[in-house]
Design a protein around this ligand. Structure first.
Ligand SMILES: Cc1cc2nc3c(=O)[nH]c(=O)nc-3n(C[C@H](O)[C@H](O)[C@H](O)COP(=O)(O)OP(=O)(O)OC[C@H]3O[C@@H](n4cnc5c(N)ncnc54)[C@H](O)[C@@H]3O)c2cc1C
Length: 452
């Protein structure tokens, strides 16, 4: 029996799902509503376009609307915003470019992503021309056009997370006097304090002006300037990028009866079904589970969005796949400093009631005598004092060294102990690692910590 599948949101999660449904059920009708002008693009590449490393914004696109419509046979409708969902009637209210209409579905996927939050900062006026956020292609084009047309000199990034770190690099590389305005003396608490200190030091050495412990209260555009008001006085910039985090884009679901969880993310089971089994959710709008604690988690990152979209699509088409949850694995860089994390921070482990020990060490990431052998990688490791398992790891070091975080993610997700990790047979050659790889060293040092 043919079915009508509606997908709300046309990016990583939504289009991964649409492609799977069409692959498995080619006769089913698959409609994708996307409120914006663009679909299927790499939001993660946007900071590098602003930096100038990616030359054309079109390089960020994966699949064109033409490919989606004509080759994948997906009924893609741009500039269509879903305003409300009625699960009982299996209907949506949709705002098209010309009117509002209802649409019926048999199966629905909510893949509406996240939106920036600007908490505790008054914007004056709201949405002014020199105050930016960066969430989607439209935001990126606006910022890029501003940089080209107005040729500003002095800017600030407000925030302390990954996007703030990447945008500070981008503006600095463009030759701007770049300030980090942040409410604490450390970056976001997703970073261990020792890692945060290394990143801030790298920023300072590279020329970023650090305005720390300065909580922005109000941003006011006056003429060609933006005044940032803080408790300790005013700072003046040519423009400001606010990167203080995101929250799920789920306001339109209020009152629908669909259960929302952490931060308003859609609550789903492992098959990615909501409390209505014919409605699924995936990506940045959906809550997930920590594979370490089993607790609900909200982690808006691309691998989760793509994988959840893929799995939701298979399940919508009648399959039985499960998404296991996340380990909070993430990676970025500032200049030539790679930064990565997996699992829990020491603080997060303690909050979850785990008896955690944290230890840190600095070690070589290549053989001593090989070029680059004197560039150390710094590791902050969190282990479970009770059973000797890895709970968390954070790395800061040469960019080609920190992708070994994936090995930590594996150890953590699979519950591998320090003893088992020490016995792993890992690859060695001078250009890639010292004889004792930092991961093996972490296991060796961890055994001592367990004995202490
Ligand atoms: C600057 C930046 C850098 C990033 N870098 C990384 C990185 O390096 N690594 C990483 O893992 N992640 C990164 N991310 C996060 C990653 O981009 C997201 O996790 C991913 O895009 C989420 O995909 P999604 O499909 O869930 O949501 P989105 O990509 O946000 O797509 C949701 C779509 O739904 C549409 N929509 C929303 N509401 C409606 C509605 N009511 N009706 C119709 N359409 C609607 C939106 O317009 C949007 O196109 C970055 C994000 C940004 C902004």
């Amino acid at each position: 029996m043919s079915r009508t599948v509606i997908i709300i949101g046309g990016n990583a999660a939504g289009l991964s799902a649409a492609s799977q449904v069409k692959r498995l059920q080619p006769e089913w009708e698959v409609i994708v509503y996307e409120k914006g002008s663009y679909v299927s693009y790499a939001a993660c590449g946007m900071p590098y376009f602003i930096e100038g490393i990616v030359n054309k914004f079109t390089d960020l696109f994966e699949l064109s609307p033409d490919t989606l419509i004509n080759e994948r046979k997906i009924d893609l409708r741009l500039h269509h915003e879903v305003l409300a969902v009625n699960p009982e009637r299996k209907e949506l209210l949709v705002k098209t470019p010309v009117k509002e209409e209802t649409a019926s579905f048999d199966l629905l996927l909510i893949a509406t992503g996240a939106q920036p939050v600007v908490e505790g900062i008054r914007l004056n006026p709201a949405g002014a021309g020199r105050i930016f956020t960066l969430k989607n292609m439209e935001d990126m084009q606006e910022l890029s056009a501003f940089l080209h047309e107005k040729k500003p000199h002095r800017c600030a990034v407000i925030g302390g997370g990954y996007i703030a770190v990447e945008m500070l690099e981008a503006f600095l590389a463009r030759g701007l006097e770049t300030h980090l305005v942040h409410r604490r003396d450390q970056l976001a608490n997703t970073f261990e304090p020792e890692i945060s200190k290394l990143i801030l030091e790298k920023m300072r050495q590279s020329g970023i002006v650090l305005d720390l412990n300065r909580a922005a209260q109000e941003l006011t555009e006056e003429g060609e300037k933006v005044i940032v008001r803080t408790a300790d006085g005013e700072l003046v910039f040519d423009f400001v990028l606010v990167a203080t985090g995101v929250r799920p884009q789920t306001d339109f679901l209020e009152g629908s009866g669909i259960t929302l969880g952490l931060k308003g993310a859609v609550a789903v089971n492992k098959r990615l079904q909501t409390n209505y089994p014919f409605i699924f959710a995936a990506g940045d709008c959906a809550q997930t589970t920590s594979v370490i604690t089993g607790q609900p988690a909200y982690v808006p990152l691309a691998p989760k969005a793509n994988k959840e979209g893929y799995i939701a699509g298979i399940n919508i088409a009648g399959g039985q796949e499960e998404f296991p949850g996340i380990c909070e694995t993430a990676i970025t860089k500032f200049a030539d400093l790679g930064i990565a994390r997996a699992g829990l921070t020491a603080e997060g482990a303690q909050k979850s009631g785990l008896k955690a020990i944290k230890y840190t060490f600095s070690s070589r990431s290549k053989a001593r005598y090989y070029p680059g052998g004197n560039e150390n990688i710094f590791s902050a490791i969190v282990i479970d004092k009770g059973n000797g398992r890895f709970l968390g790891a954070q790395l800061a070091g040469p960019t080609d060294s920190v992708k070994r975080i994936d090995l930590y993610a594996t150890l953590i997700q699979k519950g591998i102990t320090l003893e088992e990790a020490f016995r792993l047979d890992l690859a060695y050659a001078p250009p890639f690692a010292p004889v004792y790889d930092p991961v093996i060293l972490a296991a060796r040092l961890g055994r001592k910590e367990m004995e202490a």
